[in-house]
Design a protein around this ligand. Structure first.
Ligand code: ADP
Ligand code: MG
Length: 290
């Protein structure tokens, strides 16, 4: 049975503002997708294409307007302890020290799933995962005392230490510099591969090289639909260096780059042009810009 299945899922954001000219925003249209147990799926596409909405539906933070989302064959009615999620903005509890943040996640899963872990076992598990992400020395710090990359390490430790069947990532490294990003990509990839039964992972990104480094499979989401779906059958462990000399990796990169260029003209560009119009008080279109 598939770990995750979306069956003819559509999603519309209702506009609750009742502002003049407001209208409901259709974010996904008739999306069907099956993710087998243990697969590392990357969801890639332009900004505004519907990637986060897709992830929110899998997480249960949003429920479909039409269609069904199934986890292990059971319909999703809301968030559950079988899924953990890592967001771009770290989302640690600011009033808890680093170790407490991780323990809290483990405790929640422990209580809801009735695992019967002792307080001591929970603390040990938190230590183990903080070591894995190389944050053991920061366990008594507060999130605000850490850099973005360090906070994201803790968020990853928390999500993985919860030992959920499914781990969801929404552009977790989007706000980080290239070097930190690379090291966290390697971390996520090695933690995933280290397990005997790898966790089913859905990882949203708009970074092509990130998708090729991490994914078993890539789906391209554009204007609320899946427009491409293919396997990334490259040996692991993968590094930027060894992929640079791999013809198949280059072919996949070209395919993904083409998808970005062929797909709907970037909504971002149109939005940037519109906001420039507003700032400059005149019409500026992409081809006129600087
Ligand atoms: P992505 O993650 O690929 O950038 P999203 O899933 O966030 O895309 O957004 C898909 C579409 O839904 C976009 O047109 C976006 O403007 C719209 N959208 C996203 N969140 C909301 C919201 N809370 N209310 C209204 N529209 C939204
Ligand atoms: Mg998004």
């Amino acid at each position: 049975m598939d770990a995750i299945a979306l069956q003819h899922v559509s999603f519309t954001y209702e506009d609750l503002s009742h502002a003049k000219g407001a209208s409901a925003q259709r974010a996904l249209t008739d999306v069907s997708l099956s993710v087998p147990q243990g697969q590392f799926l990357c969801v890639i596409g332009h900004s505004g294409g519907g990637k986060s909405t897709l992830l929110r539906l899998i997480s249960g933070l949003s429920l479909p307007t039409e269609g069904t989302v199934l986890i292990d064959g059971n319909p999703v009615h809301g968030p559950g302890m079988d899924r953990s999620i890592v967001f771009q903005d770290y989302a640690l509890f600011p009033w808890m020290r680093v170790k407490r943040n991780v323990e809290f996640g483990i405790e929640q899963a422990n209580t809801v799933l009735g695992r019967g872990l002792s307080k001591h076992a929970i603390a040990q598990r938190a230590d183990e995962y903080l070591r894995l992400v190389n944050m053991q020395d920061a366990c008594n710090k507060y999130p605000y005392q850490l850099s973005g990359g360090m906070q994201q390490r803790v968020a990853i430790a928390r999500a993985l230490a919860m030992d959920t069947q499914i781990v969801l990532f929404d552009e977790p490294f989007g706000a980080l510099d290239v070097k930190t990003r690379r090291s966290l990509q390697t971390l996520v990839s090695s933690l995933w591969a280290r397990s005997e039964s790898p966790k089913t992972t859905v990882f949203v990104t708009h970074d092509i090289s990130e998708a090729i480094l991490l994914a078993d499979r890539v789906v391209f989401v554009d204007a609320g639909q899946i427009t491409a779906d293919f396997m990334v059958d490259l040996p692991r462990p993968r590094t930027v260096e060894n992929l640079a000399h791999n013809a198949q990796a280059q072919e996949i990169e070209k395919r993904l780059t083409d998808l970005f260029y062929e797909s709907s003209p970037a909504e971002d560009e149109e939005e940037i042009a519109l906001s420039l119009d507003a700032v400059l008080g005149q019409e500026v279109r992409p081809w006129q810009r600087f």
